[in-house]
Design a protein. Sequence first.
Length: 636
Amino acid sequence: MPSRRVAATLAAALLLTPACSSQEEPPPPPASPVMPPDLHSAARPMEVRVTHMELDWKVLFDQQSLAGTVTLHLERGPDWTGQPLRLDSRDLEIRGAQAGLARGVLAPTTWRAGEADPILGTPILVDLPEGADRVRLAYRTRPEATGLQWLAPEQTAGGRHPFLYSQAQAIHARSFVPCQDTPGMRITFDAVLRVDPPLRAVMAAAPAPAAGGDGPGVFRFRMEHPVPTYLLALAAGDLTFGETGPRTGVWSEPPLLTRSVSEFADMEPMLQAAERLYGPYRWGRYDLLVLPPFFPFGGMENPTLTFLTPTVLAGDRSLVALVAHELAHSWSGNLVTNATWSDFWLNEGFTTYIQQRIMEEVYGPEVAEMHWVLGRRDLDQELAAKADAPGDQVLHIDLSGRDPDDGMNDIPYEKGALFLRLLEETYGRETFDGFLRRWFNAHAFTSVTTGQFRAYLEENLLAAHQPLPGRQAPGLDDWLEQPGLPASAPSFTSAALARVDAALAAWVQGATPAARLDTAGWTTQHWLHFLDGLPGSLTPAQMAELDAAFSFTGTGNAEVLDRWLVLAIRHGHAAADRRLEEFLTSQGRRKFLTPLYEELMKTPEGASRARRLYRWARPRYHAIARRTLDAIVGQP
């Protein structure tokens, strides 16, 4: 166990700076003083709620720990009659608590841990003296904190320095800061991160001016807009920066910077396209942080600083739809947030729809339509996989007694996007775009439920506008509360993918050898459609022919490689064995790992191989990926 001593120098509080908005944007509406209880949080906002945090952390790489203090600024709710402040925590070492008035002296107060829950962690109850509107906790994180990943130098691109990054969604913020860890409540914050030079710290917040006495390795940040705690994000490592536009740029390790700046050169046009569609970008800058490859997701939409996997560095910008997706969250998710994790589709369905609109604006309708086709196919496959769990097929999902991470699959993304696409087709694009702009403006910097959106939709679109000729208003219960897809769900065709189908048919029928197929100009989306369309049974000779013609085993495109490796396992293409092992042990993106381990586990020989690889790789994977893979492979 690491030392439980917390340096006294970390106990100093930061000065609270009131939140304010840029004069160039409309002021946000006041945040709701209370929200309904969240079944994934111990917080009781009707009693007392946190409105602002002051964070002071020392990054201790040798102990894999953040050590420091958090000062919580409080407001009493209408139900407060002397109850304690209730906070969420998981695997934190609380060293002491103080309470006091904003301009008064902090004095020790009592605290206690509540009953631990295997999903939710351990609530912390802090007693509040009369009149106290601040609480400060001294604490440190443990190495097993699920919201932090500590990487050794050999796990980074540079290979010389360690790396730390956070992943707070869905309920992992509580593993690195005691907080009211619910998306239904929002906070502003100030933060100090202290790292040993030459490392640099970054956060999803604006840089703040240095304070007197700050030396090398001290980095200050400020978030003036209220955000939910799952958007708290920090990283520290050997980082450098490159601009891609007046408001956009990329942070990465030095060996990745040139590739990253080139790959994401369209960030500024994407930002401008989103503003034309849905109103001003209200967060100042929009930057990316390219993480080491063990990040478990494609991207995380942390405000002002999206965290991104390096597996999107395809070299041809064919995977930048992921950037469009995370940028879209600046409106749907960050600006207007799901109030509970049962409302997750309000974040991801909206964002997937907006992503496609951004792609259409920047790259044209043909590219966007390919993404719609592939997204619908992914959704159909996900629904088929969950045929025995109809409750998991609904948009407004019931997550009682479950980890909210269980709801993160293609259904809230793609089914939610289809619902919005149907509304666009039913009422017309111009009308629906205006509706979305009004929705974002009316609810900016607040958290909302499915019920709130439904009421707003019924009043401001369904009742206010007539469907286009030949169309009828969708059944909201059918979309929001029922499993499967309604018969009214949009379907799509793509001329570009139809040409892929023709080439594939020519090869399958033996009319054209693989090496003679016309694949000029094919991008990632074409190749994914090709691979997904291959017959269910392929001979070793056919697999070898495809590999010789298109070098699938040697591709540097992670999306294409992952699809190919699944086929290689399924059809016994031994030439890909070494690449499979390299891929499983050199990156940690859950989307790629899951189908590969699932395919290996289908045969006794493959299962033995999967368990051997997983025993070695598991300590390198993020805790979120490990939880999914433990259920597939079994924990070593």
